[in-house]
Design a protein around this ligand. Structure first.
Ligand code: FE2
Length: 286
């Protein structure tokens, strides 16, 4: 792993963030309106994936400092609303995202898991750009299966106006939208995805990832890290991110030009079918 991805994985694997929460909460007991402490706590909750707690901290900052646009942006983002107005400046911005829980009806979710079980011998090593297999970058198994991808494609198309308006892609033509590269990926024990952005060829593009797995959940990790990114300059900060703790039957959507990563999955000895599955693809525009 390179040093930047180590930074995020290390913070998550260690109990540094848990210890930081205890220390910061203690400090707030003595000085509840201390802005530096509040900002640190909002950031730590964001990195732990405790997004509602993070939102309430940013809400408090915004109450103390109504002119603080960054706090307002993060308050909204952490509770699932992408603001149309970004805080000003050219810097690494927190990645916008929208989460759709219970995305598919339960019968379709069950159908997908059955199709996965029936086709488990067809999975192959996932590739990176240009069709190359590079374990150091992407360690997953992939299946291209039309019956599986068409269920997700249909659900995304049916919800397209809502998806695009919630992620604030309002300056695109829905008529010209098309869904590309849909595939199913298995992330099992020891698998991960290194930090990358999805190649859009310089065009506006949205990444969609639908997560599913057998209940009860038998793995840990496999969560999504959305790095704070300066899209214009194509740089990101390895230690500044939002962690999305993935949920079953949920779709997450974010702009493809923000860097992201999948944390390492841990499920030794667990059956193939009880791993972490995701159907991923992109919404592009002509
Ligand atoms: Fe990606």
């Amino acid at each position: 792993m390179n040093s930047l991805s180590d930074q995020a994985q290390l913070l998550i694997d260690s109990n540094i963030l848990d210890k930081a929460v205890i220390a910061l909460e203690n400090r707030l007991k003595h000085n509840p309106d201390d802005l530096k402490t509040l900002e640190s706590l909002g950031r730590v909750y964001r990195q732990k994936g405790e997004l509602l707690k993070s939102s309430s901290i940013y809400n408090k900052i915004h109450e103390i400092q109504p002119e603080n646009q960054a706090a307002n942006y993060l308050r909204n983002l952490m509770c699932g609303t992408v603001s149309r107005i970004y805080p000003p400046g050219n810097y690494c911005r927190p990645c916008p995202f929208v989460y759709f829980q219970d995305f598919l009806p339960h019968n379709q979710h069950r159908t997908l898991l059955k199709l996965i079980r029936d086709n488990q011998h067809e999975f192959q090593s996932g590739t990176v750009g240009g069709g190359r297999y590079e374990k150091a970058i992407r360690h997953q198994l992939v299946l291209i299966h039309k019956d599986i991808t068409s269920i997700i494609e249909h659900a995304i198309i049916s919800n397209l106006p809502n998806i695009l308006s919630q992620i604030q892609f309002t300056d695109v033509s829905i008529k010209e939208a098309h869904i590309n590269n849909l595939h199913l990926a298995l992330t099992h024990h020891g698998h991960y995805g290194q930090p990358h952005k999805d190649d859009s060829g310089g065009k506006h593009m949205v990444t969609c990832v639908y997560h599913l797995y057998e209940e009860p959940k038998k793995f840990s990790g496999g969560d999504l890290i959305l790095f704070d990114t300066n899209v214009k300059e194509n740089i990101y900060q390895g230690g500044e991110f939002t962690k999305i703790n993935i949920k079953n039957n949920a779709l997450i959507v974010y702009p493809s030009d923000y860097y992201h990563q999948i944390t390492k999955v841990h499920c030794p000895g667990v059956d193939f079918i009880q791993g972490r599955f995701a159907v991923a693809g992109h919404i592009g525009f002509v």
